[in-house]
Design a protein. Structure first.
Length: 427
RNA sequence: GUCCCCAUCAUCUAGCGGCCUAGGAUACCGGGUUUUCAUCCCGGCGGCAGGGGUUCAAAUCCCCUUGGGGACGCCA
């Protein structure tokens, strides 16, 4: 039975590197129908905060990485003490300056068998004895992680590359404690554009910031999964595919640079694939925040119109924020055109005629096809081409120079808004 | 500095000795479609860090160099 854990320390914001580690553990657990444990490593009393814990929970919940068991490391202190005392009694640890030190064998070497990195050999002479219990009687990471993983029957330790060097010390501890070794798998780190370890300096790096920027969970997850993991030439995966295909064998050994352009593209692809109802639900808070609509307006709008608008506009949006902004087209009483609309007399006549014809349409059948037929018949009657008024009408209806097809967007904006905007233009 | 890891287009990657005059994706540049833009489709640009081996054959295996990253706490 597979048991894995994700063990973040609540000492700051929850960044995407941690999210990737959490994701890989979660995918591994779900792939093998195992158990995914969330263990908050808060043994650093100085720096651990409840706000950080909240952020971890909120980030993982948003990403959809659900856990089966949850622990807080400081609750496990009795277990740590028991294990430490065992080492003291065995003579494998000793006290010095009020702290308890683990005795590292002077000779020999320890080989870590890593699923990703292969066999890595460390000579014992390279590290000296290390503290397992501080003089304030709290326990140190390298020690508690072993005790906890062992007690929790963790079968696979999947974590960042930066822990590889700690691993031989932990292996020694497992042996001293006479506990079975888990299988280790160390993930390559994620780098910033400057090839340094990803951090705040590289701009947005916390999961919640990406949520705020309008990325959808499926998009971020897909992008993160492709950083260090691959499945042939495939690029796009939904959650279930990831679970089905994920294995440790496909993990890369080299660090990957976090590439924002590709994140945006991946996100757009997922926005294109989401069902309209779901996508509409995701944009709602952004639309309200961007003041494209009030919550009341949003909830009151005809669903078909909303879905049509979302569908038309999502191909032009990389994020939910982009989408939310242009969605004002469906709600705003007045739209400020991004450039002045200049109408010649003939155009004015045509637009007025179109507005009148649209006003007479059956409100229940203001579909793209119906709008198309109405507009085209008006144009035909006046021996005109759509091209003559297209730019002006688009600016008038959407406030923008570019956008979806006129008939569709007018249908999405609805009869009242469309007619109103056209009449305001020719008045 | 010491130890450890890594090394294919700008970036993410496929490749696990012959299928590779190295494939896909992003970005970029053209073209097509369209009422405009986007989407979409087609095409282009662009890489095995360098040097030694091993082998009939190396992007793939070994060594060295170089480059990048990580760890060297009574942090996690």
């Amino acid at each position: 039975m597979v048991r894995v854990r994700f063990a973040p320390s609540p000492t700051g914001y929850f960044h995407v590197g941690s999210a990737r580690t959490a994701l890989f553990n979660w995918l591994f657990a779900r792939h093998y129908h195992g158990t995914f444990i969330l263990r908050i490593e808060d043994t650093d009393r100085e720096r651990s905060t409840d706000e950080s814990i909240d952020q971890i929970i909120e980030s993982m919940t948003w990403l959809g990485l659900d856990w089966d068991e949850r622990y807080r490391q400081t609750d496990l202190t009795p277990d740590h003490l028991q294990a430490a005392e065992q080492l003291m009694e065995n003579g494998q640890a000793y006290e010095l300056d009020g702290a308890w030190w683990f005795k590292v064998p002077a000779d020999g070497e320890t080989v870590v068998h890593d699923s990703v990195m292969g066999d890595v050999t460390f000579r014992h002479e390279e590290f000296k004895d290390f503290v397992i219990r501080r003089s304030d009687e709290t326990f140190v990471y390298n020690f508690v992680v072993v005790v906890d993983d062992s007690n929790m029957k963790v079968t696979h330790v999947i974590r960042g590359d930066d822990h590889l060097i700690n691993t031989p010390k932990q292996v020694l501890l497992y042996q001293a404690l006479e506990r079975p070794l888990p299988q280790f798998a160390h993930l390559p780190l994620i780098l910033g554009e400057d090839r340094a370890r990803l951090s705040k300096r590289h701009g947005a790096s916390s999961v919640l910031e990406y949520r705020q920027m309008g990325f959808v969970p499926e998009g971020l997850i897909n992008f993160l999964a492709r950083l260090g993991w691959s499945h042939g030439d495939d690029e796009l995966f939904d959650r279930d595919e990831l679970i089905r295909l994920f294995t440790l064998e496909e993990i890369n050994r080299s660090a990957a640079v976090f590439n924002h352009e590709k994140l945006y593209w991946t996100n757009q692809q997922h926005m294109k694939r989401l069902d309209l109802e779901g996508l509409a639900g995701l944009v709602r808070p952004f639309a309200v925040a961007e003041q494209s609509a009030t919550a009341e307006q949003w909830d009151a709008i005809d669903r078909d119109r909303l879905h049509l608008g979302v569908d038309l506009l999502r191909d032009r949006s990389k994020t939910l924020v982009d989408l939310a902004k242009v969605l004002e087209i469906l709600f705003a009483a007045t739209l400020e055109p991004e450039e002045p609309i200049v109408l010649e007399d003939r155009q004015r006549v045509l637009v007025a005629a179109v507005a009148d014809a649209l006003a007479e349409a059956n409100a229940c059948e203001f579909t793209p096809d119906a709008v198309h037929d109405i507009v085209q018949s008006v144009l035909a009657a006046n021996d005109a081409k759509l091209k003559e008024i297209a730019k002006a009408v688009r600016l008038c209806i959407t406030g923008r120079k570019v956008g979806p097809g006129l008939f569709e967007i007018m249908s999405a904006a609805g009869q009242d808004l469309s007619v109103g905007r056209l009449r305001a233009l020719v008045r």
